[in-house]
Design a protein around this ligand. Structure first.
Ligand SMILES: Nc1nc2c(ncn2[C@@H]2O[C@H](COP(=O)(O)OP(=O)(O)O)[C@@H](O)[C@H]2O)c(=O)[nH]1
Ligand SMILES: [Mg+2]
Length: 205
């Protein structure tokens, strides 16, 4: 069956460096995939699940704790063929308890990152299933479109909803981005990292 050739395995995942500003990003030869979204949406958890590691990225019940761009080098193998990428955990935006200046710094950093990184191929924009996309999320989607960066929407924490509420939630979030339900990926307890990797590798080409 063709499915066997598409088996995906994460071979290696390791922290590379943290960068508080764009000019602190170290040189590296890898295509970049950035994970971005509101503070506490589940970015670090998503990265850990994607990489099959429990504690690669720090998960925190404390919103607003990541202020740096954290780089991870990930090596995956698809049907025996190796791919290496740099996965970037971005500082979460929209955290109300930060000062206005700090929030503006984080939004500014995210937008400049999207505009400046030549190696950036895919943005994975996370959206909590219990909120509709707001101006911040739509701005990121728009900057990606303008810059020619693939923007993959992932709906998080679906396990926090009752079964009967899930379909409606995914539909609402998708519509908020002007997308069909089939265009977004959904994660929760039962996330399939393989499905996410398939999409990433398809977009990277
Ligand atoms: N129920 C549920 N909780 C989650 C999920 N993903 C993350 N969380 C929780 O949400 C909080 C924030 O997660 P974290 O990954 O640190 O979010 P980040 O700030 O976006 O990096 C933590 O308490 C996680 O345990 C999920 O899929 N389902
Ligand atoms: Mg985090």
């Amino acid at each position: 069956m063709a499915a066997a050739a598409q088996d995906i395995e994460v071979r290696k995942a390791e922290f590379l460096f943290g960068a508080p500003a764009l000019d602190a990003i170290r040189r590296h030869p890898l295509p970049e995939v950035a994970v971005i979204g509101r503070s506490n949406v589940g970015k670090s958890t998503f990265i850990n699940r994607l990489c099959g590691r429990k504690q690669l990225a720090r998960v925190s019940g404390n919103p607003g704790s990541t202020r740096e761009l954290n780089y991870y080098q990930v090596e995956v193998e698809r049907g025996g063929e190796p791919f290496k990428i740099a996965l970037v955990d971005m500082p979460g935006f929209g955290y109300a308890k930060l000062s206005k200046a700090e929030r503006e710094h984080i939004s500014g950093l995210s937008v400049s990152f999207l505009q400046a990184r030549q190696a950036l191929r895919v943005v994975i924009l996370l959206n909590d299933c219990r909120r509709l996309p707001e101006a911040d999320e739509r701005a990121i989607q728009a900057v990606c479109a303008r810059e020619g960066i693939h923007c993959l929407i992932v709906v998080t924490k679906i396990d926090a909803l009752r079964m009967s509420e899930r379909v409606q939630s995914v539909r609402g979030v998708s519509q908020g981005y002007g997308l069909e339900e089939g265009d977004v990926l959904v994660t929760g307890e039962g996330i399939s990292p393989e499905a996410v990797w398939q999409r990433i590798l398809l977009l990277i080409g």
